[in-house]
Design a protein around this ligand. Structure first.
Ligand code: UDP
Ligand code: MG
Length: 312
């Protein structure tokens, strides 16, 4: 029998789990032709999520959980899941019921037809603020323009991955993870399926604007060095203009004997160039910071226990 793993990263989901689990049981009971594994990753929740998982594990041996030693973020939690799942394929989904379990049989159907990465694309983004939608749109535009890989818009982590894809993703141990880009990077045969994303059933989304912004920067810096190239080009253009202007000022002073003047121009130019320099330094800094983090070579997550047993 083929085995299907469902990977669910959980951060403070004690209220969602009692709603999600019965749905998954329904799904598993309706598809008994497969072996099922529910792999929950508790990403350092501060509520009763762990207790809830322990309870589920006790009553249902298909449930497994990885308990991380603190909150490492969803990206790291998913990597932990990749390391622990054992299925022939893995479905990644959120715990908050925004990803309908009823879509899973369709994902599986395409997988059976030979697709390795069946991803779900949301038709509408559900209840989200106008600003957030705009910002997300802008981010994808920037990413699409700047990298060679088509990072798809409105496609999240809800997808089915074949064992091959999981193995490929496990090899990518970078610390500033942007998994959405990695799915594209690894390639394999992809298939799109549409779904309507619901609203979160309980609790609040843990993605503040600050966190989303830093994920966006991670996304851009981990997939393209174009910002560095842009600052080089801007530097080049500005120097060229400055050179022309210098020639002009010199000839004016030497030939016509005009006294050099223009305090406002000077101030504006200094500020403008200062701004560009700081910006370029910032961009370089973003990349160096990432190099620094990467060279420390720390593990991406630390496991406290797996299915109730300490991990050494
Ligand atoms: N999540 C996680 N670690 C975190 C933040 C979120 O494992 O630090 C999980 C969360 O429990 C949920 C999924 O990632 O299952 C998506 O999170 P959320 O619903 O907050 O994000 P959104 O749907 O708003 O993108
Ligand atoms: Mg959500």
């Amino acid at each position: 029998m083929k085995k299907i793993s469902i990977l669910i990263p959980c951060y403070n989901e004690e209220k969602s789990l009692p709603l999600l689990y019965p749905e998954l049981v329904k799904l598993m009971d309706a598809n008994q032709g497969y072996d099922w594994e529910l792999m929950f990753v508790n990403d350092g929740s501060v509520d009763g999520t762990l207790a809830e998982l322990q309870r589920l594990r006790q009553q249902d041996s298909r449930v497994s959980y990885v308990d991380l030693s603190r909150n490492f973020g969803k990206e790291a939690a998913m990597l932990a899941g990749f390391d622990y799942v054992t299925g022939d394929c893995t479905v990644i989904m959120d715990a908050d019921m925004q990803h309908p379990p009823t879509l899973i049989p369709e994902l599986v159907k395409w997988w059976e037809q030979g697709y390795d990465d069946v991803y779900a694309k949301r038709k509408s983004r559900g209840r989200e603020s106008w600003l957030r939608k705009r910002m997300s749109l802008l981010f994808y535009k920037v990413l699409q323009l700047s990298s060679r890989f088509d990072v798809l818009q409105n496609v999240g982590d809800f997808r089915l991955l074949d064992r091959k894809c999981i193995n490929a993703l496990r090899k990518m141990r970078e610390s500033e993870r942007y998994t959405k880009g990695m799915y594209c990077w690894i390639g394999f045969k992809k298939k799109e399926v549409e779904f309507v994303q619901g609203d979160r059933v309980a609790g609040d989304s843990s993605w503040s604007y600050g966190r989303l912004f830093s994920l966006a920067i991670d996304g851009i810096t981990s997939f393209t060095s174009l910002p560095l190239r842009i600052s080089t080009v801007i530097g080049f253009i500005v120097s060229l203009l400055a050179f022309c202007y210098m020639v002009f000022v010199f000839t004016e002073a030497l030939i016509w004997g005009d006294p050099v003047q223009g305090y406002p121009t000077l101030v504006v130019l200094i500020l403008f160039l200062g701004g560009i320099q700081l910006l370029s330094l910032g961009i370089i800094g973003e990349y160096i910071g990432r190099i620094y983090n990467e060279t420390k070579n720390r593990p991406d997550y630390i496991v406290r226990e797996f299915n109730g047993e300490d991990v050494l």
